[in-house]
Design a protein around this ligand. Structure first.
Ligand code: ZN
Length: 70
């Protein structure tokens, strides 16, 4: 199983897109939405609310602030 390069969701076989850049790096996208956000809008997954990367960042930030409080 491949994961979407933008939102982090798993992509089912036969769906999604493979995007190869000129520099040789490869990205997988589960939908047009993810592709547009990364390539055309140049958004960062960490700063986009509906991605797994954002949720992970949020969790790690919350846990790190908690641990420093104690
Ligand atoms: Zn995606």
């Amino acid at each position: 199983m491949v994961k979407c390069s933008f939102c982090g969701k798993e992509i089912r076989e036969g769906t999604g897109k493979l995007y190869a850049k000129k520099d040789g790096s490869i990205s997988y996208f589960c939908s047009n939405k993810c592709e547009k956000n990364l390539i055309f809008l140049k958004r960062k997954p960490i700063k986009t609310k509906w991605t797994n990367a954002y949720n992970k960042m949020k969790k790690t930030l919350l846990t790190s602030t908690k641990s420093t409080e104690k």
